[in-house]
Design a protein around this ligand. Sequence first.
Ligand code: GAL
Length: 945
Amino acid sequence: MTNLKILNSINQLKKMDRSFDIIHSAMLRFFMCLFKLVTVLKIGLVLLFTIGSSLISLSQSPNTAFPAGRERISINHNWKFMRYDSLPDQLSYDIRPEIKDRNDDKVADSKPTEALHVSSSGQVLKPWILPAANAFIKDPTKHHKRPAGNPGSDFPFVQQNFNDSNWEEVDLPHDWAIKGPFYDGPNPEVGGGMGRLPSHGVAWYRKKLAIPLADKGNNIFLDIDGAMSYAIVWLNGKLLGGWPYGYNSFRLNLTPYLNYGGDNQLAIRVDNPNHSARWYPGGGIYRNVWLEKVNPVHVAHWGTFVRTTKVSASSATIELDVEIENNSTFDQSVEVVSSVYQSDVSFKPTGKAIAQFSKSLVTVTPGEKQKIAKSTTISNPLLWGPPPAQKPNLYVAVTQIYIGGKRVDEYKTEFGIRSLQFDPEKGMMVNGKHVRLQGVNQHHDLGALGAAFNTRAAERQLEILQELGCNAIRLSHNPPAPELLALTDRMGFLVINEIFDSWERKKTPHDFHLIFPDWYEADTRSFIRRDRNHPSVIAWSFGNEVGEQYTADTGAAIARNLASIVKEEDPTRPATASMNYAKPEMPFPATMDIISLNYQGEGIRDAPAYAHLKGIRTSPLYPAFHQKFPDKMIISSETASALSTRGTYIFPVTNGNSAPVSDSTGGDPVNQFVSAYELYTAPFGASPDKVFASQDKHPFVSGEFVWSGWDYLGEPTPYYSARSSYCGIIDLAGFKKDRFYLYQSRWRPGLPMVHILPHWNWPGRIGQVTPVHIFTSGDEVELFLNGRSLGKKKKATYEYRLRWDEVEYEPGQLKAVAYKNGKAWAEEIIKTTGDGFSLRAKADRCQLTSDDDLSFITVEVLDEQGNVVPTASNQIEFGLEGPGEIVATDNGDPADLVAFISTKRAAYCGLALAIVKSKKGALGAFNVTIASKGLKGTKVEVSRK
Ligand code: GAL
């Protein structure tokens, strides 16, 4: 028993032991599990912590890779380009109405017609592009939703591995059409209206972007300053969006689709319809393109707005709105500081800050924007105003954003301090001082360089306008390159910035009216947000001679809507649209802050010489508008439309002081010339003399914007087989027409000058009446022919030229002696010249400072005595020795259809032009050789520092 008991006890113990074992192993397993769990949890926690903290570090201690805050990188170089010469692909924005009316030589003031509507069949890309407008559509319920899908993703040109090696290599800004050739002859593919150049068609641009890994975490945007037109952008096969209106700048966010630490394929399709404009639009990515790299927390796109108020010589208040955008995934507490500096001509802050805006601390939630409004006062401001009486002084506001003490962004806003008043009686007041508007209209092309923007070429246009005495520019009829406004700021021009030539009603079958309903709001808001800080911009124009002038209340309602959008975006400047038809009692003008009249002020078709013409006819309407709108300033936003070919005179000369050009008077249909007596005009136009008289009779009118400052490509009224306009004061090459001196005599009364026309080389006219007209800033002139006085004449009231209409031609010398207030004032002598003997060349600059810099070389044909031969048309050949390039040549004759890229160019009326630059990246000197058969040649040395 005992043994049994012992055995039992042993067994029990064993059992116990087993159960202990079981318990033990169970416990062991439990603890193991617990340990594993803890480990997993620990790893999880560590992971969580790490992810969390890296997320936090992404958002809260932002990438400081860009100490200056943001990087703006030009990506203009080395693009691959292909324009279809056969049927293009189907990746279109939308379908367009068929062209039924190919006639492009309608009189410019013809009534615009109702739009044709077509609805799309098949797939078009419009629904994927429209969301790009959302940032500029106020009502969120009207925002566009991107449909599912990614059209074009399988198209070869958007693929990284597509072989584009046989595509052309181009740099931007690029205008594919300017090299020509011009379409010649009747029924051209592209007519004279659009410059007879191949700007139409579909083309692709491709570029690889290497994005370093270090950029991860930042936002990277693509900024396109202008692409003509209907741009659609793919990145790495993803359709990102686009922008149809070729004149507006736009931004697309590349950030989510980039391959960091590798190559990225950008592919941009542009589609430029024929019959889309009344002038030359250019084709392609014709402005600058940028990559902008910023911290996810940054000053938003076009996110500052400066206003200057209470401006006096002793003090000014500066109001600054800054919009902060938070594209991170966390709330961000940011500190915003802004200071004001004086700015040098290249907009760089100089010296110490002269004023500070108080610091702001704000929290911006993810995906949101927040606006901060601040103001500060500065004493003794250097005001911005137009020369010569005022100076265009500039300032720059530097805004910095800090998070946790680290600077994450720095943004510069250039501005000027000035006050503007639009006084219905006194006219334009800048800083309390009256400034008569001596303005011109300018289209966007740069002559032989086409639409491709070039800062030096634009600056040259402005310099010659300033020499003319011009102080104001209307940017007809579309937003400019941003750099142009930087120039007008720096040079002190007053600018009317204009956006549309058509709304719902059409002027040409494929113009903006096709997209007006979808895009007017986004285009208008983005246009103003981009340009609202420029001191040179004095007013916004949201339309030119639109068809809605004719549609009573319906048209006025559209105008009111556009005006209200303008005012929401910028309450500080007047909103206007130019009217050539709307009359004071119609509802349209009542929607305007200032009254902008095209031709109506001085009267349309109202002089005897215009009596036979059909079309709009009005007496001078300045008084009627003034009476109806006594509280609104009147601007003549288009005047004259006088026409001429430089240096070309046609006889007989009209006795009147303004006449419409026709084949039998003032015009030469065979050679497509218009006489430069500067008395002939478009059918609705008026000579400068007639406009001056009308303006002087109505001193409450604030001034005029002449149509046009420079000749431009397209719209060659009255000869549509030509390539460029006749209405410029300055020809397409930049040479001065006689009209230049007529405007200069009025606009620079203090400049002693006298100018004689025509030239005095008329071997076939000996003994024939050859009128001599004289423009002077003096008030009296005595004219001598071969030493004999032809009498003294004094300007009568409302007379702006002195005419000797009975002069019989004899070779020799004409001399004009001008007087002002009885005192000798200026003198000019012109001579009958001999034949061409030699060439003289003058470069406007011999030292180039960058790859984009240009030298404009004027070539003159001289006789043996060194006089310019005013009738010379010698064939000139340009050559180049060394690291330079001849970009284009021209002579200013609207009827010359030799392609601009030709190095052979006939002189026109004694002059020719070559535009040269250095070879990309090449420093040193090069020679431009200028030769012509039978003439002594010359050369010019140009060098690149
Ligand atoms: C105006 C028009 C301008 C231009 C001009 C030509 O009616 O607004 O764009 O066409 O005529 O003379």
